[in-house]
Design a binder for this molecule. Structure first.
Ligand SMILES: [Zn+2]
Length: 171
């Protein structure tokens, strides 16, 4: 499986981090040296096809997937199409929080997270999606304008963040 984005041009900071990683340093070392979290480093590396490969085939790509709503959301979140969407949202946002504009660096140690503006479960409900195949064909799910990047602090203030979210039986 290849990540098709080798034409993306890194900025100076990204180039520095890329050089450090491709010189053979571990992700942990690069993370410490350049003050970037492992998660942000992972997202930075993916477009350049330089990141680690997914550790295991889970969810959608796993032949053992048995369906069901919990599994459907997990299957979507672990399928290749989702990773591409996720990566494109980060690129679109230029690794910047949409609310406060923070860009992670070694001083602020901000952590960026990818957020659905219209929540995933709501899109699934709106389009009566019950299978992964239907999900893959649903354009609304893969619209990068429905994605935004928030720092963890701003993300926590949204109504759809983790415990703020009205409990859904399947998400
Ligand atoms: Zn923020």
């Amino acid at each position: 499986m290849e990540y098709p984005f080798n034409g993306h041009k890194p900025n100076d900071y990204e180039q520095l981090v890329l050089d450090a990683y491709t010189s053979g340093l571990s992700m942990k070392k690069v993370s410490t040296q350049h003050g970037i979290s492992i998660g942000n480093l992972y997202h930075l590396l993916i477009p350049y096809n330089a990141g680690p490969r997914p550790r295991s085939r889970t969810g959608a790509d796993n032949h053992a997937w048995k369906g069901g709503k919990v599994s459907l959301a997990n299957a979507i979140r672990t399928c290749y199409q989702y990773r591409v969407w996720h990566r494109d949202v980060y690129i679109q946002a230029k690794h910047t929080c949409a609310f406060c504009g923070i860009i992670p660096n070694k001083h602020n140690k901000a952590i960026l997270q990818c957020d659905h503006i219209v929540p995933l479960h709501q899109i699934l409900d709106n389009h009566s999606i019950i299978t992964l195949e239907q999900a893959k064909d649903c354009n609304a799910l893969w619209d990068i304008s429905n994605g935004r990047i928030l720092c963890k602090d701003c993300h926590k203030k949204t109504s759809t963040y983790g415990c703020n979210r009205k409990k859904k039986s399947y998400l």
